[in-house]
Design a protein around this ligand. Sequence first.
Ligand code: ASP
Length: 319
Amino acid sequence: MPAPVTLLVHGGAGTLTRANLSPAQELEYRDALGQALRAGQSLLLRGASAVDAVVAAVSVLEDCPLFNAGKGSVFTHEGRNEMDAAVMDGATGQAGAVAGVVSVRNPILAAQAVMQQSGHVLLIGQGAEAFAQSQGLAMEGPEYFHTAHRWQQLQAALAHQQVMLDHDGQHPQGQPEPIDRKFGTVGAVALDAHGHLAAATSTGGMTNKMFGRVGDSPLIGAGTYACDATAAVSATGSGEFFMRGVVAHDIAARMAYGGLSLAEATQATVRDKLDATGGRGGVIALDRHGHYQLAFNTEGMYRGVVQGQAEPQISIYRD
Ligand code: ASP
């Protein structure tokens, strides 16, 4: 029997506990994750490609100001929004990404256009902007991306002279605790009715990051990777650790070279490439049999899964 069409999404990992999320906020997050899953699910059930499904799901989350991607992206030290996104097609090995874009409304659509129309894999800054515009994508001014809660996060980070790495134990001794230890990057992985996999990730990066800093999300193999023979993976967390550990590809490589199952590979990568180095965050991973993992080493991760015609299942906390 063929595996059911499957879609997983994440909306970031971090210090997510019942104590720091009100029931009303929790409902808003669940609602948004459910909308993203349904958008991708309805495409997959109609026979659309895994690429189209992950792009649709990520676009919904980019449009939602709750997450750190598209509208709602965090601010750089200079008070700008610089966004990164990537998509990879597990069927063809094609990939597309943009980094440091400031006015593309949906960076994931720009990444998809890079993959399908440019002949390149990664475009940055002004070149990426000009390309997105030439593809007829919606562009926005800074006011569109500006949200009050992200601005407050930047002010708090500036006051504490911290890059908001947002994870436990990474602040220097004697410094105050990070104010908001949550990652809000969004991502999706999908298996379509034709047995193909895809992965997509979109982010505003880190609050108070340096001008020009690029994270793991748009780097193929670090925060985003898909290959039909192994797995589709999208990551969230302290990007520098995911880049050094080439985390998304590491999971696929353990499957390809070591014969590990998706679950074994994911657990080994989280242990060796995140736990062992102090990296914080999580991954969603999926293979062509419909086996999946939603793994993280933080207190929680906004996450959800839908298979076949079933109702989406959404979780936030560790339990
Ligand atoms: N991984 C992202 C980055 O480093 C941040 C996140 O997951 O929220 O840019």
